[in-house]
Ligand binder design. Structure first.
Ligand code: GDP
Ligand code: MN
Length: 396
């Protein structure tokens, strides 16, 4: 589950990570109130108006602007709220901005120059350890840094059983070129950040930039936080943070129907029981010259209701030119699934896309007969290759 910047920052701060203070607003009037409150609380003279969408690169797209007066806060908030913000990470249509975060200005002048760093915490699947990735080149496009100057990106691996050791936090502060008070603040920041990552069951933190202020505080200016969906059952407090407006509508519907669905770009929809078989089926579609339009695991109980819900989802994608159903009847009997497909097909009435059904396992032969005799535009197959050939034929 992805969060907005303001939500991510609240979580970070609840674990002791220092952040750039902000208040979220839905209207220009609320933005002005937020700015006044921030001035009272922090003494800030200037404010930053930041579009809240689930995509980075907002600054480049005009979604992050400095306001030097309350009039400017109001003006900029009214420009950004409701706009369709296009950034390097959104589609060409962009994303509608429903909320702005009004923050204190933290790039104020002082005894030293402010400096921007990059820091992320994530799981390194290769080593099975957590990893802090960090760089002196913050605030900008980290992909470009990785491409052009990879030696400026550091990695620190953390054994999950030991946690972050204090020498590791010091090493990070050292590699970032800090000393004195800023060095101390950075070690505190890193260890609070790692604690927050573990305790919130996140799968990704990306803080770009982490700012060393001119008076040597170290704070998170931006926050991309992704909570591991599989941990949400033990974080009821995060449930309300999901913003369905930001998510793929077909995936939201799938989630509500209890189906594992991931939207993809291809032209062959697939409905499969079991994640492993679903992946093998996607390979099969590629071999047949098609591209999978989705990943869809209907789970063990592929009854008529679930099959129908799955057809509905697949057919919402206008790119789908054929549907491949690949079900293994282990616990569930193939003839029951076949009946489910026939019923769903009849209920839906207007399916214009050719369907190839491969049922294998218990009662596969009875299932094939059921489909072949249904009088519907559904082709059956028992062998994997047979199904692939039929997909190839309908795409040709
Ligand atoms: P992103 O563009 O979506 O990554 O949004 P960020 O939250 O990272 O903000 C983009 C940029 O706005 C930062 O890299 C900073 O350069 C700038 N910025 C953010 N906060 C402040 C601030 O308090 N004062 C000033 N002057 N600039 C800021
Ligand atoms: Mn950023």
């Amino acid at each position: 589950m992805n969060l907005h910047e303001y939500q991510g920052k609240e979580i970070l701060n609840s674990f002791g990570v220092e952040i750039q203070r902000g208040i979220v607003a839905q209207t220009p009037a609320e933005a002005v109130e937020a700015a006044k409150k921030l001035t009272e609380d922090t003494g800030t003279g200037w404010h930053v108006v930041k579009a809240q969408i689930h995509a980075g690169g907002r600054g480049k797209g005009g979604g992050v602007k400095l306001a030097k007066s309350l009039q400017e806060v109001e003006q900029i908030a009214s420009e950004i709220l409701g706009m369709s913000l296009i950034t390097p990470q959104t589609s060409a249509e962009g994303k509608i901005v429903h909320q702005v975060l009004i923050t204190e200005d933290v790039y104020y002048p002082g005894e030293s120059e402010p400096s921007e760093f990059y820091m992320s915490v994530l799981l390194n699947r290769g080593t099975g350890k957590n990893m802090i990735m960090y760089s002196t080149e913050g605030g900008m496009d980290i992909e470009a840094v990785a491409e052009d100057t990879p030696h400026l990106i550091f990695h620190e691996e953390i054994d999950p059983a030991l946690g972050l050791l204090s020498f590791q936090a010091r090493k990070i502060a050292f590699n970032l070129g800090l000393s004195g008070m800023a060095f101390k603040q950075m070690t505190k920041f890193v260890s609070a950040l790692y604690t927050a990552y573990i305790k919130s069951d996140s799968s990704l933190f990306e803080i770009n930039p982490v700012l060393k202020t001119s008076d040597n505080r170290v704070i998170a200016v931006d926050a991309k936080v992704t909570i591991d969906d599989n941990s949400l059952f033990r974080h009821k407090e995060y449930e309300a943070l999901r913003d369905l407006r930001e998510e793929n509508p077909i995936e939201v519907e799938a989630m509500e129907a209890g189906l594992n669905y991931v939207d993809l770009d291809g032209n062959v929809g697939c409905m499969v029981n079991g994640a492993g078989l679903a992946m093998a089926t996607m390979d099969l579609i590629k071999q047949a010259g098609g591209e999978p339009a989705n990943f869809l695991d209907v789970g063990g109980t592929a009854d008529a209701e679930r099959v129908e819900a799955a057809f509905h989802l697949i057919l919402k994608d206008p790119n789908v030119k054929a549907i491949l159903v690949n079900i293994f009847g282990g616990i569930v009997r193939c003839d029951r699934v076949a009946q489910g497909i026939v019923d769903a097909y009849k209920n839906m009435g207007n399916i214009e896309v050719p369907i190839i059904v491969r049922l294998q396992g218990t009662n596969a032969d009875i299932a094939k007969e059921l489909i072949d005799n249904s009088g519907l535009d559904v082709q059956s197959a028992i062998e994997f290759q047979e199904a692939a050939d039929k997909v190839q034929a309908v795409l040709a």
